[in-house]
Structures are given as C-alpha cells and as structure tokens.
Design a protein around this ligand. Structure first.
Ligand SMILES: NC(=O)c1ccc[n+]([C@@H]2O[C@H](COP(=O)([O-])OP(=O)(O)OC[C@H]3O[C@@H](n4cnc5c(N)ncnc54)[C@H](OP(=O)(O)O)[C@@H]3O)[C@@H](O)[C@H]2O)c1
Length: 308
C-alpha cells in the first residue's frame, strides 16, 4: 500500500510596512520561521533596502509613496509609529483596491485596536492587531526577545487566527483582551517598561546631584536594579518589596522628602510621593503597622519644604 505523504504546509507570504526597530526584528524572526517576506516599506528608501538586505530572499524594498507596488502578500504587517497607522491603512485601502480576497492586515500597536484599520475592513480585508509585550530597540537582539514574548492579539476571527499562528511560529505565547481595553493595557506596558527606564534615569540624576558622574551612577545602580528584578521574578510584588517602605521607616521617608525638596527635581519628588502611596498599599498586604502607614501617608501628602 502506498504511504500517505504529509506535506509540510508552507507559511503565508508577508509584507511589512514600516521597518524600524520592531518591523526589522519581526522580519528577521519571521523569515527564520519560514515566512517569505515579499516586501518592506519605509519613507526613507535606504532603510527599507537595509532591512531587505538583512533578510535576503529577494525581498523588495518599496517607498511609502509607492504602496501600489506592494505585492498581494497574504499578510500585511503595519509596523509604522502609532500615529501614522490610520493614514497608512487608508493609503493601503486606496492602493490595493482589487486585491483583497482572504488577505489579512495586522498592526503592532499596543494602544490601538483593529478599529484603526476600518478602511481596510470595509473593503473585505481581515483586520487585527498583534502586539508583542517586549521592548525591541535593536534588530540584532530583537528577534531573540520576540521568540520568548507574550503577544496580545485582537481583531476579527480570521485575523486573530492568523496572528495566533504567527505567535506559535515565533515560539511566543498569545493572549487576548477586549478591544476597548487596549489603551489601558498599553499604559500598563509603559509602566512596566518605558517608565522603569525613566525611573532608572531619575535615580541616576539624583546620584549625579550627590557628585557621581553619569557612568558611575548607572554602574552602581545596576546590581540594585538586577537584584530587584530577580526578586520580582520569584516573588509577588508585596514580598519582593524591600527598603524604607517595607520596613515602615517613617523618619527616613521624612529625610528623603526633605532632601528631594531641597536638592531634587520636582519630577523626582512628585514621582517619589506617588509611588510611595502605592508602596504603602503593598505593605498593607504584609500586615504593616497601620499607625506607621498613616504617618507615612500624611508625610507623603504634605507640601514639600520650601526651596532655598
Ligand atoms: N519597539 C518596540 O519595542 C515595540 C514593541 C511593541 C510594539 N511596538 C509597536 O510597533 C510599531 C513600530 O514601533 P517601532 O518602535 O519599531 O518604531 P520605529 O523604530 O520608529 O519604526 C517605525 C518605522 O516606520 C517607518 N515609517 C514611518 N512612517 C511611515 C509611513 N508613513 N509609511 C511607511 N513607513 C513609515 C519608519 O521608517 P521611515 O522613517 O524611513 O519611514 C520606521 O522604519 C508601533 O506601533 C509600536 O507601538 C513597538
């Protein structure tokens, strides 16, 4: 009897509009996962050519003004900045009027839902969003980060199915939220990523006011940050919290506030207070003394001492 031959299903073809930090990393990762990247699009041709050369495989480099040249790839990924996704969707709709059947358009914004692709949905494209919950700032390390990431997927059924298949092919894990929650979801991502970087920079600036140069300030803070992240990876936030607020050191909080008031930036003082209030919430879970919590809470709410 002849043997049944199971043919390996080939991956859908793909074009990427906007090959910056994320677009380039996705292009590399998806190309190694077997996707045929047919074209990359940017406003600056050199950028698209650079990405196309990185992927190889006869990928076309197309200028953003020439979207009519985009091949009818099965999947189009829009990885432009958030603010130009709507206009890119409109331009795509205008430039690909007859090539809709079964095609999927996904964008990678965390803050926007698939609603921003409405002009394409109206034409019959399946539309969705695929947001990798990782920070990608370099195309060389980006693909590795993408392989371990969680991806937030939303959109219409067909698009969400394709998006989840992409995530599986990248060895990532997908989850979904309600479309209207995307701005809040993305604000959470900013808190856990961009704002952590900002906090680190504020701490660096404070150490510079103590006389350290920026490089030294970053070096001495690094093990502190690493040990904190490591604690957070193995414990819940209330248990991972150490330091002044976890101990309930009221007088130390007063010293911090006085120092920030006289020799810190207003931003650092405001952030210290706002995060201090939430730190007190965490200590509540650990059974901290309610009276001390109350005193610290009052100190955080009090006006800063006048600047000299
Ligand atoms: N980077 C991350 O860590 C990350 C993570 C998750 C999600 N995202 C999302 O991914 C998207 C891209 O972010 P990114 O950080 O990769 O931004 P980026 O590095 O600034 O890249 C944006 C790319 O879009 C191109 N571009 C700009 N306007 C365009 C237009 N009108 N038509 C075609 N291409 C255009 C830019 O090249 P030219 O200037 O040459 O046109 C650039 O290649 C955003 O929606 C972001 O929210 C990013």
């Amino acid at each position: 009897m002849p043997k049944t031959v199971h043919k390996k299903k080939s991956k859908p073809s793909l074009s990427i509009v906007g090959s910056g930090r994320l677009g380039t990393a996705l292009a590399i990762a998806m190309s190694s996962a077997g996707y045929r990247i047919e074209a990359v699009v940017t406003r600056r041709p050199a950028r698209a050519r650079k990405t196309a050369a990185l992927i190889g495989n006869a990928t076309a480099a197309i200028n953003a003004d020439e979207l009519h040249l985009l091949p009818a790839s099965k999947i189009v990924l829009i990885t432009t900045p958030d603010d130009v996704i709507a206009q890119t969707a409109q331009k795509l709709a205008n430039s690909q009027p007859s090539l809709v059947n079964g095609r999927v358009v996904l964008h990678t914004s965390g803050a926007l839902s698939s609603d921003v692709l409405a002009p394409l949905a109206a034409m019959g494209f399946q539309v969705g969003s695929l947001h990798p919950l990782v920070s990608v700032n370099d195309p060389r390390t980006g693909p590795e980060n993408l392989r371990r990431a969680f991806y937030c997927v939303e959109g219409d059924l067909g698009a969400a199915r394709v998006a989840r298949a992409i995530v599986r092919d990248l060895n990532g894990r997908s989850f979904s939220i309600r479309s209207f929650d995307k701005p809040l979801y993305h604000a959470a991502a900013v808190m856990a990523s961009g704002h952590v970087v900002v906090l680190f920079d504020l701490a660096t600036e404070m150490l510079m006011r103590c006389g350290l140069d920026p490089g030294k300030a970053r070096r001495v803070l690094r093990p502190l940050l690493e040990s904190t992240v490591s604690n957070l990876l193995t414990s819940d936030p209330a248990t991972a919290l150490t330091g002044t607020f976890a101990r309930g050191d009221f007088a130390t909080v007063q010293r911090h506030l006085a120092a920030l008031g006289s020799n810190g930036s207003l931003v650092a003082l405001t952030v210290y207070r706002a995060l201090g209030i939430h730190a007190l919430e965490l200590t509540k879970k650990n059974g901290a003394d309610p009276q001390i919590r109350e005193r610290i809470s009052k100190a955080l709410g009090a006006l800063p001492p006048p600047r000299k």
